[in-house]
Design a protein around this ligand. Structure first.
Ligand code: FAD
Length: 436
């Protein structure tokens, strides 16, 4: 929230600045001292931007080079837990317990399963201790190698919700990892190491802080202008876990129920919604994540959606996650799918990632008829991903020709051309079917 606020200030949005100034003025007039510490991140984003000549570094490597060792890391900063002072005289106010859901006016959730991750600082520190107790695991941590389908015992720390809410200090986390790395002979390094993950967080905070309109495509100078499809039906199918691709739908159910999924699982569903299959605007997916993630974080969420949609940071749009074979690599039996989509529980292993291919007798035996109990695929992956690549190719060409400054008219005209091509393809397809 702090960075979001600062971002507005940076953007010379007068509203938040005015509030800050008012608060500061009021405090000064009543002899109350104000200070604005930066401690939510490892580095001060403004410092990094200053070091980079006033612009945020746009690659992780350049960020790491500029950032160096944090100023506080070599000093003997206490990493022990300090306690809040006891509540003193609070006049006529009273301290109450945290109200229950019902007391806040909501009904108990009818969900059959909710997030297994409890909130709070005690829980955060317990989780941190448990994660870091295995020094070998920490020193060998290598991000892309984790198993996204491991849900009973996740492959990463699941400390993101605690960092987001300030239950865990990123600096304390950093110090603990650093302590382990000094103790072992060999360890992995950024960007793949556990410490490297925290640097990703700071990198994205820095870019978000220094980039006006970071959370949208328009008027965002680091974002490619792409004529995404405006298709609410496809968006709803994705959001409500009705795409017909069990791997994608199971991840979306985990998001809805748990509010947390493994990083690569997030990759898969974000790629599927945007540049991989559905060609829906990344801002729409970002909104869904923002609402449902328990670690939802303005800077990190926007940055990763920009990345996954090939709008910024990463541009290899030909590399697409298959909604069928990617999950299968990690979980051939489909245990993850069976857990989050119990309707598919009886589907044999060979069809669990593509249930529409199962013969009717198999579907009947599994008590799951495709098209009735579980949806048919909303698109054909092979066809859709090919089209997406072509559309991105055209959009990238337009961005290149216009030197990144694409006008509304140019984007509209490309959108119309793409729609016309799509219509022509469909007509061709229908004609082909009729001929057969
Ligand atoms: P670990 O692997 O244990 O890493 C430790 C910490 O490093 C994390 O808690 C997190 O603070 C940081 N970190 C790890 N990966 C990243 C990353 N790619 N970018 C920035 N910081 C990272 N993370 C959020 O915290 N909030 C979000 O709203 C969010 N939205 C995302 C949206 C998309 C589309 C994608 C692909 C990723 C998103 N992430 C987000 C990043 C990442 O998936 C999560 O931080 C990570 O999965 C959290 O699990 P963990 O704590 O076990 O991570």
């Amino acid at each position: 929230w702090n960075v979001r606020k600062l971002c507005f200030e940076f953007d010379s949005e007068p509203y938040y600045q005015a509030i800050d100034d008012k608060v500061k003025k009021f405090c000064a007039s009543t002899s109350v001292e104000t200070f604005s510490p930066v401690s939510h991140t490892i580095y001060d984003p403004a410092d990094i931007i200053r070091k980079n000549g006033g612009k945020p570094p746009l690659t992780y490597q350049s960020f790491v080079k500029l950032a160096g060792e944090p100023s506080w890391a070599s000093s003997s900063v206490s990493t022990g837990v300090t306690w809040l002072p006891t509540v003193g005289n609070i006049g006529r106010c009273s301290v109450i317990d945290v109200p229950s859901i019902e007391e806040l006016g909501y009904e108990e959730l009818p969900e059959d399963e909710t997030t297994p991750f409890k909130g709070g600082e005690t829980e955060a520190l317990k989780r941190l201790r448990t994660s870091l107790s295995d020094q070998e695991w920490v020193s060998k941590f290598e991000k892309p190698k984790g198993d996204p389908s491991a849900f009973l015992s996740p492959a990463t720390t699941v400390l993101s919700p605690y960092l987001k809410f300030g239950c865990l200090s990123s600096r304390y986390f950093y110090k603990c990892i650093q302590g382990i790395q000094r103790n072992v002979k060999r360890h992995t390094s950024p960007p793949v190491s556990l410490l490297g993950q925290l640097l990703w967080r700071d990198f994205f905070y820095t870019v978000a802080f220094g980039t006006p309109n970071f959370d949208r495509m328009k008027e965002n100078r680091i974002c490619k202008q792409i004529p995404w499809r405006n298709d609410d039906e496809l968006l709803a199918a994705w959001r409500e876990a009705r795409t017909g691709y069990p791997w994608i739908d199971a991840i979306m159910v985990q998001l809805r129920k748990w509010g947390w999924m493994h990083h690569l699982a997030r990759h898969c569903v974000a790629c599927f919604l945007t540049r991989g299959d559905l060609f829906v605007h990344w801002e729409k997916g970002r909104d869904v994540f923002e609402r449902l993630l328990i670690d939802s974080d303005w800077s990190i969420n926007n940055a990763n959606w920009l990345w996954l949609s090939c709008s910024s940071f990463f541009y290899q749009y030909n590399r697409i996650y298959s909604p069928i074979s990617f999950g299968k690599k990690y979980d051939p039996n489909g245990n993850y799918i069976r857990h989050f989509l119990p309707v598919l529980k009886g589907i044999p292993k060979e069809y669990i990632y593509e249930p529409w291919r199962a013969p009717m007798s198999v579907q009947v035996k599994a008590k799951c008829i495709i098209g009735k109990d579980y949806p048919k695929p909303v698109i054909e992956h092979d066809v859709a991903s090919k089209e997406c690549k072509q559309m991105l190719h055209q959009a990238y060409e337009l961005n290149r020709r216009s030197n990144g400054i694409v006008s509304v008219e140019e984007l509209e005209s490309l959108r119309r051309r793409m729609e016309d091509e799509e219509d022509a393809d469909q007509q061709q397809c229908l004609k082909g079917k009729r001929l057969k």
